[in-house]
Design a protein around this ligand. Structure first.
Ligand code: MGD
Ligand code: MGD
Ligand code: SF4
Ligand code: MO
Length: 767
């Protein structure tokens, strides 16, 4: 296919494009599996895995088959909306919306400065391109403070990664002799390619083992060789005990540590002090099982470890991130097949350099990691008299009123703003609090991609082409950002016109002209994404204009890791390598392997001095030393249960799909209780129960579930959305987890919420 074909998704240009198979990806989780979909007009009528996709190779889970419920459920936004005096919304046209929003931002910036505007979001599980345009708008408006969902899950881990290696690391679960999953239910939440296939392969291979640390006997734990069924919130004790055994029984690689780690003795000395028997009993796991697990890890050729929300949203989360990384560091499992590695990034998700970290947010004082304000502090930074409080918000592709701690506090904060703008495809809980709501084209109606590429030795990225035109009334985000920038006079039209002319002449001419213009004008450089869209974008195939910003990413990649790009099969001279990569990304619907490494090259991408592991993090060792005095139980007589608020299940996908009919089972999102608790309470499947926490109260339907420990209860994430079926009244299905959470319940380093550990009580609702 050439880049000038009008319909870039078409597999057979003679047929009706709306009745063909189109290659795309599933946007429901970060795995972004390649799919082929069959269209009937705008309906996605069939979905199957794309066997020629470079990463997923035909794999999907059950959720991909139902993505039409995202694309075509009723309630898509089709007009810009402005809030009226009654709290309702009036439809306004795009020109009115853009000019009013531009005027409001200009006025606020003139009076208070762009730093009083807060930016939230910038992409979800399937759409990160818009975030690049959002970043340009941020710079144009002088916005300094921002955040996104990463700052309610991964910033603690990122802080540890930054200190230990100065970069992100990746586990090779496809080949690891021992795979360790900590607070991660891979079966349902995925997190790497072909996840269930990999789990089954491990379970079926007597030479490989799986360790799962999880209080629930999850679908993943069912396949594990070692299930360390910790009491909720006690992972720090469990992993400290595991590491204690590894040191005590000398199951570690001392010569590797001597060569590659800095000040490992400080760490080993602290681990020697761990009372293994005591910590085992505190976390509720049999000491013999912990010892057997340590020995299995100590024997293995390769160990890979993956953490996720079960520990990131629970007590001691940053400490646990550190301790879990010591598991593989102590056995030197790095830079070989099956082991941990670094990886390339087309667009890094985190900035690990000191420049990415501000010591603290000016209004609320929490750690700002990788430029992200802790999510739990955002409403506090609005609801205050502090002179630097946020006065306006720009939110796109995120639903923070629903997805962040303390939904009511979020509603209060949004009501206290001078104004707010939300860009979304649906009328969400957040949109309903906004001053202006702008309707975006869906992720299948515009070019999109994600920056989740974290693999090694091959790393791949998939650009999706639109499979249908934008729904009438909607616009792709790059166009929305460009219109706003123009209305605010943020870009010089004469300069853009010159750049357009050089883009017509060719890439080489364009590159030279763009670099000159960016050097001459820092504002244009900062807003480069929008400038690229307005210039180079106009030379791209119809519908692909929004990919323009990736041209710059491809040029940067070609400067940062040219050898790895060449090793991946790109054969072009230095000054054409970036363009070759960009063109391949534009053309391929199967994903593009953009970098290939040899295993030992993993060392070259470590971000630390002398490429060493900086294992001595004093704050973490101090925390480890004082662990014995930390609680293992946060319940009380008033709140005797631990509620995991937001479990991933077969039919949950954050708040991406609003129509409850998409769920084939668990329609209402049941509250799971253990059989013994159910017996004590006198409830059974289908009973109604009231769950009350320090943050709120709600009624849920009961599911008695024997995978749970007594005292542990769970609610699914992404529930409690309201939805109006065609012609019907809006109805809320299930419990919205963050009506039950509070902003003060969080990690002391990263400020990430303890959503998996909310104290709660249950009361039977009479039938
Ligand atoms: N089906 C589905 N898949 C998804 C998503 C979705 O919404 N639905 N969302 C995607 C996103 S955004 C993310 S971040 C990932 C999250 O993926 P996961 O983190 O795997 O998802 P969760 O189910 O929230 O939590 C994981 C596990 O933590 C366990 N857990 C609870 N408390 C504790 C504890 O104290 N200690 C330990 N060790 N474990 C504990 C739970 O029992 C659960 O099995 O999933 C992604 N994939
Ligand atoms: N209590 C509790 N809360 C949680 C969690 C939990 O486990 N427990 N999990 C948390 C986690 S890990 C995450 S990642 C967050 C996720 O929460 P959010 O970051 O808020 O993300 P999503 O729910 O994925 O919502 C994405 C929004 O994007 C919109 N959207 C979809 N496509 C497009 C598009 O093309 N353009 C635009 N502009 N918008 C679009 C959707 O309609 C939706 O409103 O939730 C978090 N919240
Ligand atoms: S929801 Fe399933 S099919 Fe979709 S990207 Fe995730 S793992 Fe793949
Ligand atoms: Mo997430």
């Amino acid at each position: 296919m050439t880049t000038t074909e009008p319909n870039p998704t078409s597999q057979d240009s003679s047929a009706d494009p709306l009745k063909e198979w189109h290659k795309s990806v599933c946007i429901l989780c970060s795995a972004n599996c390649g799919v082929e979909v069959r269209l009937d007009d705008r309906e996605i009528t069939r979905v199957r895995g794309n066997k020629t996709h470079v990463a997923s190779k035909g794999y999907t889970c059950e959720k991909a088959l139902r993505i039409n419920h995202y694309q075509n459920s009723t309630g898509r936004l089709t007009s810009p909306l402005r809030r009226n005096a009654d709290g309702g919304y009036d439809e306004i046209d795009w020109d009115t919306a853009i000019s009013e929003i531009a005027a409001k931002f200009t006025e606020l910036i003139d009076e208070h400065g762009g730093e009083r505007i807060f930016y939230y979001g910038g992409g979800g599980q399937g759409n990160h391109l818009l975030g690049a345009y959002g970043a340009a708008t941020r710079r144009g408006l002088g916005i300094r403070h921002r955040s996104n969902a990463l700052a309610q899950e991964k910033t603690g881990e990122a802080w540890v990664d930054g200190r230990l290696f100065g970069t992100h690391t990746h586990g090779d679960f496809h080949h690891a002799e021992v795979s360790v999953f900590v607070g991660k239910n891979v079966w349902h939440s995925h997190g790497f390619d072909e996840a269930r296939r990999v789990l089954k392969d491990i379970a079926g291979d007597p030479k490989r083992s799986m360790v799962v640390i999880d209080p629930r006997r999850t679908e993943t734990a069912d396949l594990a060789d070692f299930h360390l069924q910790v009491k909720p919130g006690t992972d720090a004790f469990c992993i400290a005990a595991l590491l204690g055994v590894m040191v005590e029984e000398n199951l570690i690689d001392n010569s590797w540590l001597a060569e590659n780690a800095v000040e490992a003795d400080a760490v080993l000395d602290e681990l020697r002090k761990v009372d293994v028997a005591d910590y085992s009993s505190r976390c509720g796991v049999d000491e013999d099982l912990i010892r057997a697990t340590a020995r299995r890890i100590g024997q293995a050729e390769s160990v890979s470890v993956l953490e996720d929300l079960g520990i990131e949203m629970a007590p001691n989360s940053t400490l646990v991130s550190y301790l879990q990384k010591l598991i593989w560091i102590l056995v030197g499992s790095f830079g070989r097949p099956g082991a941990m590695t670094t990886h390339t990034s087309m667009v890094p998700l985190f900035n690990y350099s000191a420049a990415g970290n501000e010591p603290e947010s000016p209004v609320t004082g929490g750690a700002v990691i990788s430029g992200l304000v802790p999510c739990n502090e955002i409403p506090d930074a609005v609801l205050t008299d502090h002179p630097d409080r946020y006065r306006a918000m720009f939110i796109e592709s995120a639903n923070p009123v629903h997805s962040l701690a303390g939904s009511q506090r979020w509603r209060d904060a949004m009501a206290a703003l001078d104004f707010s703008v939300v860009i979304d495809v649906f009328m969400t809980e957040t949109a309903r609090e906004a001053t202006y709501v702008l309707p975006a084209a869906s992720q299948y109606e515009k070019v999109e991609t994600t920056f989740f590429a974290l693999s090694f030795p091959d790393n791949a990225m998939t650009i999706r082409a639109p499979m249908m035109p934008p729904l009438e009334g909607t616009l792709p985000e790059p166009e929305i950002h460009a219109r706003l920038a123009k209305a605010m006079g943020l870009l010089d039209e004469d300069v853009l016109q010159q750049l357009r002319e050089s883009a017509e002449q060719g890439r080489r001419e364009f590159a030279a002209a763009f670099m000159d213009a960016a050097m001459a004008d820092p504002k244009l450089a900062g807003m480069g994404a929008i400038a690229l869209y307005e210039t180079l974008g106009k030379t791209l195939p119809a519908g692909m204009e929004g990919a323009a910003v990736l041209w710059f990413s491809a040029q940067q990649a070609a400067m940062k890791f040219p050898a790895a790009i060449r090793a991946a099969g790109f054969d072009a001279p230095d000054d054409e390598l970036g363009d070759a990569l960009f063109d391949a990304l534009l053309e391929s619907r199967d994903g593009v392997v953009f970098s290939h490494h040899d295993y030992e090259q993993a060392w070259d991408m470590l971000g630390t001095d002398e490429r060493k592991f900086m294992v001595n993090i004093p704050e973490m060792l101090a925390d480890l030393a004082s662990l014995a005095s930390k609680p293992t139980d946060y319940t009380s007589d008033e709140f005797p249960f631990v509620l995991a608020a937001g479990e991933r299940r077969a039919f949950t996908a954050n708040t991406i799909i609003r129509d409850p009919a998409w769920r084939k089972r668990d329609q209402e999102g049941a509250l799971r209780v253990s059989p013994s608790d159910a017996a004590d309470l006198g409830v059974e499947d289908g009973s109604r129960i009231r769950v009350t926490t320090p943050g709120g109260t709600a009624v849920a339907v009961v599911e008695v579930n024997d995978t749970l420990l007594p005292g542990h209860i769970t609610l699914p994430n992404g529930m409690g959305l309201d939805y109006s079926p065609a012609g019907g009244e809006p109805e809320v299905t299930g419990v919205s987890p963050n009506e039950l959470t509070t902003t003060d319940w969080k990690d002391e380093y990263a400020g990430t919420p303890w959503h998996k550990h909310v104290p709660a009580r249950l009361e039977v609702v009479p039938a």
